[in-house]
Write a protein that binds this ligand. Structure first.
Ligand SMILES: C[S@@+](CC[C@H](N)C(=O)[O-])C[C@H]1O[C@@H](n2cnc3c(N)ncnc32)[C@H](O)[C@@H]1O
Length: 319
């Protein structure tokens, strides 16, 4: 028997790529993680044949970094379409921050829309990035795909919500996952708002089918990390927010997925936790920003768009 984990380590093939090949070729798994000697030869042939591997790539793949065991693959695609192309049961953690349209469309703040300062000439509706239509129907399609790609027995999912989208869509998560907690991200400094100025966002934490625990029982459900001012990318989140999620749930070599990549904060957090990463975003700006950022981080250990930590007190998560 050949363990897929050993094949990934020994032959330097991305787990997603191997999984895709196994699924496309209908190669049976033994004990969920192993391949029999009979099929191992065709796996080897596939690994050695570059042409086939190129064919096997997902449409839309724009970058594939592999440095010191850190594998990061980025696609430019719509989130649901991207998830549909990933093999079932192939991702350990989803940590994501969707671009909900609700808050932006319904709550007009100050001079205009929340992302108004990012307004650029020529962009649709004057918005700097596309939004994810947050109807229940669309959200259900998204969650269906998240559930399929997330590992059945061990998968964890973290989904960020602003207060508007939490009230309209948060409950739908329960139809798909076992919701374990609602985490509050306290941004420490106040933001905009006519009726109590906003200082927080939410993160729904849930498991897939099972009760795999987080790393440590001492982690609280209120997280204090400062918001990023004058960010290089609209709605850029501190890497520490994603680091807390991934640190709590990951083991070395896990695959983390973010279908709303933005500036790539979740990818940087995954690398810091020695995890593989697969993510996508629909926008040119995101792909440009995130691939440059990830490449610099892998090559020079420098985060070019978040230069300092946003943690405000002794960090109980990973120090
Ligand atoms: C809230 S931002 C993510 C910010 C990110 N967490 C960060 O720290 O930089 C949401 C992202 O979703 C992207 N997006 C919007 N609609 C999308 C869609 N249908 N599929 C994939 N990405 C989409 C936007 O381009 C935007 O970059």
């Amino acid at each position: 028997m050949y363990r897929t984990e050993d094949i990934v380590t020994e032959y330097g093939i991305a787990r997603e790529e191997l999984n895709r090949f196994l699924e496309n070729s209908a190669i049976p798994m033994v004990n969920e993680e192993e391949i029999s000697a009979k099929y191992f030869q065709s796996v080897l042939a596939f690994i050695e044949n570059k042409e086939d591997r190129i064919q096997n790539k997902l449409k839309g793949e724009v970058a594939d970094f592999n440095k010191d065991g850190n594998r990061v693959t980025i696609y430019q695609d719509d989130a649901i379409s991207f998830l549909k192309k990933l093999p079932s049961n192939s991702v350990d953690i989803i940590a994501t921050d969707p671009a909900y349209s609700g808050m932006n469309n319904k709550l007009q703040l100050g001079q205009g829309r929340i992302v108004g300062k990012y307004k650029e000439k020529g962009k649709e509706n004057g918005k700097w990035f596309s939004e994810f239509e947050d109807s229940e129907e669309n959200y259900a399609k998204f969650l269906t795909e998240c559930k399929r790609v997330l590992k059945k027995s061990t998968g964890h999912i973290y989904i960020m919500f602003d207060s508007y989208s939490l009230l309209s869509l948060g409950n739908v998560v329960r139809d798909y996952f076992d919701v374990k907690n609602l985490i509050t991200w306290d941004k420490v400094n106040i933001g905009m708002g006519h009726y109590f100025r906003r200082r927080h966002e939410y993160i729904v934490f849930a498991t897939n089918d099972n009760t795999r625990k987080i790393k440590n029982r001492k982690f609280p459900d209120v997280w204090r990390f400062k918001r990023i001012h004058n960010s290089a990318y609209p709605t850029q989140k501190p890497v520490e927010v994603f680091q807390a999620m991934i640190h709590a749930s990951a083991e070395k070599g896990f695959t983390v997925c973010d279908p709303f990549l933005g500036s790539g904060s979740s990818a940087i957090a995954a690398i810091k936790n020695n995890c593989r990463f697969v993510g996508c975003d629909i926008s040119d700006k995101s792909i440009e920003t995130s691939t440059k950022r990830i490449s610099e981080f892998l090559n020079n250990s420098t985060d070019i768009i978040q230069k300092k930590s946003m943690a405000v007190e002794e960090n109980i998560f990973w120090e």
